[in-house]
Design a binder for this molecule. Sequence first.
Ligand code: AMP
Ligand code: ZN
Length: 481
Amino acid sequence: MPLRFYNTLTRREEEFVPLEPGKVGMYTCGPTVYAPPHIGNMRTFFFSDLLRRYLEFRGYEVKFVMNLTDVDDKTIRGALRDGVSLNEYTEPFIDDLFHNFDQLGIRRADVHPRATHYVPQMIDIIRRLQERGLAYEAEGSVYFDISEFPAYGQLSKVDVSAGRRGERVAADEYDREDVRDFVLWKAAKPEDEQVGAVWDTQWGPGRPGWHIECSAMSMQELGESFDLHVGGVDLVFPHHEDEIAQSEGATGKPFVKYWLHGEFLLLEGDKMAKSTGNIFNLQDLVERGVKPSSVRYLYLTAHYRSKLNFTFEGLAASAEAVRRLRGTRNRLREHPAARDPDPADTPTLHTAVDEALAAFTAAMDEDLNTSVALAALHRLAGAANARLEELGARPISHAEQAAALAAFERMDAVFGFIGLADGESQVDEGLATWVEERIAARQAARKSRDFATADAIRDEIAARGVVVEDTPMGARWSLAS
Ligand code: AMP
Ligand code: ZN
């Protein structure tokens, strides 16, 4: 069975055939390091890590690159507000990002290029675009001329005819209604000087636009053509459309073979986004006793191209599933094994192991169908539980035990939640479940205007050392310090 991915470029599921047999180059648009990442951002980074892990499971040698956007409109605004240099401003967010990665078991990429270290490569691409008549200068800035690039719109299918010819957009982020010549290089403004975000060029002092950054970093690290480009769905337009225009415009070669986009994590039905404050950080959750493995499991329950609604009920169910699977794996590992088992005993787990691995692979091959792949792991756990029960105090055959444990390991090399060290939780899991349940009961009491009961529940929660705070996004709680 071939490995297949849904390619946003063709809007079809396609067999994955890398440019070079056995090797894969993949690039993920990393975060803009201007705020702590929320678990919505993490869903996208988790997805790219999952993809990389599965490609490795399938035997590919993967070079995985994830950039850090450390210069753009948002980072400059933040540095200016805090009165620090751009570097001083972004550094703590980079540390925080990697801390989040470690907690969630998101492996580091092979390279995490920072935009500020690749400015000469960006300038070089812009220069080539100008030579090819695809870019023009205006008041010290340089713009991409979309009317000179007929393939513009191939990824996002935007209506280019609606674009106003010769009109320009200088902001890093803009909408589909704004199909216009976009900025490659921005003439320096006083605020750029103030935070040290200025480079000298043939067009005068300035700084890169956001889109050119990813063209430069990806091509420098992976070559002018590479296999996979990943990001959240919000990046299809304009960011990825512009990346294609810049890269293919400069090189005349196809930029990326497969474009994969992950859907959003929602909170109460709305997109989780920094701009609206409708967010949870991993730290918020850990402070409530949530284990990172539950978050990982929750991500796996939905297909990456489906929206996933974040709820505490969903997290609790995930925690329970992780607990059960870990329990089975541990019991299997600790069961006494014999090299010469009872000849009257028939080892039955080998079949379950083969079936589970085949079902896991078939599901993941089908555009990373994680929920079906998880079901395969649960079936193996069910078979292992039944087998251990059947054996009772009798030893299991060494080969059977090793095969089953190896299957757990292989699947978890992709899933990554069984072996994840959840760290020292500050809150007891039982307490967390109890508080969530009490908050829900308090909500229900308020809804039926039974304020006496609602207040009584609040006191009951406070008596256990927990502070509840009502926010527009619902109740949040933490341990009283
Ligand atoms: P940013 O740091 O805002 O540049 O976002 C980094 C990545 O997170 C991008 O690929 C976004 O598409 C992705 N992202 C932002 N919000 C969400 C969300 N609610 N769910 C999933 N991915 C998201
Ligand atoms: Zn990017």
